[in-house]
Ligand binder design. Sequence first.
Ligand code: 13P
Length: 253
Amino acid sequence: MRKRIVAGNWKMNKTYEEALSLVSEIDNMVRDEVSGDVTVIVAPPLPFLQSVGKLTQGNDRMHLAAQNVSEHESGAYTGEVSASMLKSVGTEYVIIGHSERRMYHHEDEQTLYKKVKATIAQGMTPIFCCGEPLEERDADRHFEYVGKQLHDTLSYLSNEEFDQVVVAYEPIWAIGTGRTASSQQAQEMHAYIREQLARMFDAEAAFNTSILYGGSCNPGNARELFAQPDVDGGLIGGASLKSRDFTDIIKSF
Ligand code: 13P
């Protein structure tokens, strides 16, 4: 059965002290207020990963994600961090293929494939992001665009490897813009993604894959988005930086 997940992508925000306060607040609110079987993930900036992870350790619902990983195993790659390093400080999930990394760091499908493989090889779960820019949506090519992103990276995985993957649909026009996809647009795309995954792997594997929505998700729209049959949770940016908003989104299931 697929997991219901709310993940907070903190991106490049917060100082060390702020990060520790934020995760402590989230941890307390989740303990006090969240009762369902929801998996809560926080993805702080890299230097804070271990300390944030330590603060979530005693809470079964809370899990730690990295925002990036190197495609290489080890060696002379200045500035990079490997999957085994992330694993060794308690990381369980890695966000891969976020549109900001595709755009600003020119990560192509081959690189993303290697990152997904490296993550799975360490027993961690990739949160593989896909999503179309506005011009593709306006030209009515969004299904084709997202289908290609999935195919170009995920279809090369074995069935066993794919079982570890979580997918996040983040339409680029909805990220940080305040313009959310409607629940109908999200549902349509999530159903399409599941259909593509069923073709690449099998229906059962696709059924069991969690598909998260990301893009201006907030306490006001999360309930309707999460009520869609193929929306299994959210990947939250801006609203994950405020403990109250993030917890309210978690409680929207
Ligand atoms: P916002 O929630 O700020 O739109 O960001 C979404 C996102 O990119 C999460 O990875």
